[in-house]
Design a protein. Sequence first.
Length: 305
Amino acid sequence: MSDASGPGASGVGTSGPGATGLGASAGDDPRALLAALVDGVGRALPAGVARRTLEVERTRTLGDRLSGRPGAVSLVRIRRDDESMTLRLERDGTLVGEVARVVRGIVISRRTLSLGDWLSLFAGEVGAIAADAAGDAANAARALAALGVRPVGTDVVVDDSDVARGLVALPARLGGRVPAEAADRVTRIASLLGETLPRVAGSGEPEILVRRTATAYLPDTLRAYLALPADWAESHVLSNGMTAAEALLAQLDALELAARRMRDAAVEQDATGLLVNGRFLADRFAVSSLDLPPAGPPAPPHTPA
């Protein structure tokens, strides 16, 4: 992080995580909000990445100088490619958020946003930077958690207390926030898991694996994608050669294949086949990630002799 100021900022995508939590103290203490942003980025991003992407300006009083204190944060600016975002504290105590596009040091466009909109876009930018730095789109969600942000997608849940109802509601909760192909896959996966659940009720580990797929692996994968700015997710290529949108489809393909095989194994009362596919999902999705390693499909269900 640098104390030097830089050029104005750039345009960013129009969708991203909500800034719930960050703006809570903005009206009461704008300087505290700015300081919280700096601290949050320090937790959300690797140190080297934070130093390259975040700029901080501080106002130092005479008392600060005499005591060696760094002073209060008066401006925060984050950069990614030719995009940057600036939040500055005016003399009257108001916070002004701007986004701008800068090419070769020249500001091409600039616009002012409300504080809430700026914080939402800022959170999305931090998530995108974290994902890009790690080559792993799921890092966006982890970065936002470190930033103290409740990202878009927290409504994408399947409650363990009523898994069947949650699966029925899940596709509608997406509300056009994922590609149409992904939404179709989610609908099919939810249907397959819904068919499987009553067949494995009371079966021990098979039931646990099916419920975990419904309540964790599927929604976690979707939330990792939703944590990203939409334009970035659709166009930016990760280190695995796929965009986040393409990686999401690949993840959902793996989930659908395993869910279908678990359903078929449950219909055939093939506990071994169900466990094989459930454990495949546990190995692959226990840590939700859109950075997909090359992997073949799960082993085919065991056929009883």
